[in-house]
Design a protein around this ligand. Structure first.
Ligand code: ADP
Ligand code: MG
Length: 343
């Protein structure tokens, strides 16, 4: 029993700037376990960035090439629990011999070993035995070795014998690629707008990106092509632990002016041409709806008008939206566009 999850492979691990080094090192290790200078391979990074995925991918690939290899994956918690059980049943030697007999030992989240002195002592012995006989060790943690306060120096220095590779949060393009890839594997097909909206709003945790898709899948029994944008927004809000991204009045002004093909400066001045006035009123209205800015601040952005002008613009737009379906549609689409691009 290797405890490897066959779902986590290199094939479905999307490459991006943030994981490039860790992924390349993991591939090298999987191709030549124990034979590269990446021993141990120490992967660290924040929650949900792919550490566990990569570790399983290494194990899976090693076994794929040679099913006789002894590979084991476990979390440091599982390691501790088993060790305690071994102590209780007086089988510590057996426990230790078992891990020393591995060709590849993969232990996840070793930050949880901090402070567990007995477990660490035994882990140190196992580490030394394996390393001396050219067996591969792969470790992960939420922080780099030297920040694992409470681990003793000799262990920390051994961790840096091999390669320490970090994983950084994925950039926008990588997030979109991950979303598309996961959707495909779920049999879900969404529009680019939806992928981009999710990728703009969930930025630092790949598990949350995945969580969105799973919720969408669960909530919409419909044909995926008919997925309603409001549902997507609602789910993103629920799943995302990010604070709401802030939308600026300047950005709103830009989007509105692009749409109406009018000069941004004119909207910011006291120009009274009809199309300028409309663009300005819409920009004021959206600033009120989409930002937390005060009426005074909004007024200042549009030619130093006072708050009553902003209220007037807001009321005018509310009325127009109610009366005129076209206006309503335009406002909705501008709103979506602004919310989508805010990052
Ligand atoms: P960590 O161990 O760093 O907290 P995980 O490896 O558990 O993160 O990753 C969280 C989820 O995100 C998993 O379902 C994993 O498959 C997925 N994931 C992470 N990175 C990638 C990637 N580069 N490509 C595809 N899926 C990824
Ligand atoms: Mg993990």
């Amino acid at each position: 029993e290797s405890f490897l999850n066959p779902r986590y492979t290199f094939e479905n691990f999307i490459k991006g700037e943030g994981n490039q080094l860790a992924r390349a090192a993991a591939l090298a290790v999987a191709d030549n376990p124990g034979q590269t200078s990446f021993n141990p391979l120490f992967i660290y990074g924040g929650v949900g960035l792919g550490k566990t995925h990569l570790m399983h991918a290494i194990g899976n690939k090693i076994l794929e090439k040679d099913s006789n290899k002894k590979v084991i994956y476990l979390s440091s918690d599982a390691f501790t629990v088993e060790f305690v059980e071994a102590i209780q049943s007086d089988r510590v030697n057996e426990f230790s011999a078992f891990y020393k007999s591995m060709d590849t030992l993969i232990i996840d989240d070793i930050q949880f070993l901090v402070g567990k002195e007995k477990t660490l002592d035994l882990f140190f012995q196992i580490f030394n035995t394996l390393h001396q006989s050219g067996k591969q060790i792969v470790l992960s943690s939420d922080k780099p070795p030297k920040e694992l306060k409470g681990l003793n120096e000799r262990l920390i220095s051994r961790f840096s014998w091999g390669l320490t590779a970090d994983i950084q949060p994925p950039d926008f393009e990588t997030r979109v690629a991950i979303l598309k890839n996961k959707s495909e594997s779920f049999g879900l097909e969404l529009s680019n707008d939806i992928y981009e909206y999710i990728a703009h709003n969930i930025t630092s945790n790949i598990r949350e990106l995945e969580g969105c898709l799973i919720k969408l899948l669960a909530t919409s029994s419909l044909n995926s092509k008919e997925i309603d944008f409001n549902l997507v927004k609602k789910i993103v809000k629920e799943v995302s632990t990010n604070k709401q991204v802030s939308i600026s009045i300047d950005y709103i002004t830009k989007v509105v002016c692009d749409y109406f093909k009018v000069d941004e400066n004119k909207v910011r001045e006291k120009n009274r041409k009809k199309e300028i006035v409309l663009a300005r009123q819409i920009a004021m209205y959206l600033s009120k709806v989409l930002t937390k800015s005060s009426l005074k601040t909004i007024g200042l952005h549009f030619g130093g008008r006072d708050h009553s002008t902003v209220i007037h613009a807001y009321n005018t737009m509310e009325l127009l939206i109610e009366k005129d379906g076209n206006v309503k549609e335009i406002i909705e689409s501008l709103k979506n566009k602004i919310e989508m691009s805010a990052a």
